[in-house]
Write a new protein. Structure first.
Length: 365
């Protein structure tokens, strides 16, 4: 199509685009835009998958590292047969029943999210001997005074537990605190004290022992410190100052004891089975005492499952991850109806409880 214009006395000829040419150009532009949007969408999907998978990888690694470190320390200063299985009253007035280095699903701890386990971990941080110190003098008239063999093992502010020479059938003990030390008489003075401890043992858990409960709550790995809070209180499960979140998007924690199943009196300290049972006088095989049952637990199998923070619009996980303790049965994640719209990473380990293994085999167990 030609158009003639007159300008400054001259006739000028100019050319434009036809309707067909314009439509072809628009189609090419639209196709180019469609291709770019498709590339962008694919790139974002891959980025989201990588990022969300990376979140789960990071959170799971941090969660497993924290728990593994705690399990490795479990029992330090509190793994003696004289203590394990006893009930201990804390200075806060909160009792811990059937104390042990590690307890899976302790009866005093409210359950976590559905289909998850809880852990109670106990250990001290004293500078002295973990097996305790002999009490060479304890006058019933002054029960707060203990004469000990190794005075240098104690410091003011240390948390201690006194156990009689002969363990009572109903083993009820008290966590106490050292107030003064007399180097001239080798006497340790405590807040409350207990009589009848001559030739008994004074266990030192140090200035800041750890009695911590771990649970999955609201899809977070949380911890509660028994030294400052009553972790038994079900009304405080949502209080983040009591059950402190450690790692977000941890949706499952499963644990099993690794224990020796040899018949009573012939324990060899070798793990024969992983389960959630502690041998007692009524199990098969039976053992002679509660403490013998705990002494046979020398390892923990642990698995945690981390979830991506990003929920997808469609189901992207068809089968939940498995762990060795489930005999290839997927870990139950169905507490959330939309669980299949997340990505998951499973982390698993076996941790030896060194402070029990060092006890070696015990006569009669």
């Amino acid at each position: 199509m030609f158009k003639f214009q007159k300008k400054s006395g001259l006739i000028k000829k100019s050319r434009g685009f036809s309707l067909v040419e314009i439509m072809v150009g628009m189609i090419i532009g639209l196709l180019g835009t469609l291709v770019m949007l498709q590339v962008y969408s694919t790139s974002e999907a891959r980025k989201k998958a990588t990022t969300s998978g990376g979140d789960a990888q990071t959170n799971g690694s941090i969660g497993l590292f924290n728990l593994q470190r705690e399990l490795q320390l479990a029992g330090y200063g509190a793994s003696s047969p004289k203590l394990m299985g006893c009930n201990v009253m804390l200075l806060t007035g909160v009792p811990i029943n059937n104390i042990a280095p590690i307890t899976i699903n302790h009866a005093d701890i409210p359950a976590g999210d559905a289909n998850t386990d809880t852990l109670l971990v106990v250990y001290g941080n004293a500078n002295g001997a973990a097996e305790g110190d002999t009490i060479t003098g304890n006058n019933p008239a002054t029960p707060t005074l203990y004469t000990v063999q190794s005075l240098n093992s104690f410091q003011v502010g240390d948390n201690v537990i006194a156990q009689a020479q002969n363990r009572a059938a109903s083993c009820n003990l008290t966590l106490d605190k050292v107030t003064t030390i007399d180097s001239a008489t080798s006497e340790v003075t405590v807040l409350n004290g207990a009589g009848g401890m001559n030739q008994g043992t004074l266990f030192n858990l140090g200035p800041s022992p750890r009695i911590r409960a771990y649970a999955i709550r609201n899809s977070n790995l949380t911890v509660c410190d028994f030294m400052t809070n009553d972790c038994r209180d079900a009304s405080k499960l949502s209080n983040t100052n009591v059950w402190v979140p450690l790692v977000n998007n941890i949706v499952s924690m499963r644990a099993q004891y690794g224990r020796d199943t040899n018949v009573a009196g012939s324990m060899d300290g070798i793990v024969d089975i992983f389960d959630q049972t502690v041998a007692s006088t009524t199990t098969s095989p039976a053992v002679s005492s509660v403490q013998c049952g705990w002494l046979r637990v020398s390892a923990i199998r642990l698995a945690i499952v981390a979830r991506s923070a990003q929920i997808e619009t469609t189901n992207i996980t068809s089968i939940a991850p498995t762990w060795q303790g489930s005999a290839n049965v997927p870990i139950n994640l169905t507490a959330r109806s939309d669980w299949q719209k997340y990505r998951y990473k499973k982390f698993e380990t076996q941790v030896p409880i060194k402070n029990i293994s060092w006890q070696e085999t015990v006569s009669g167990c």
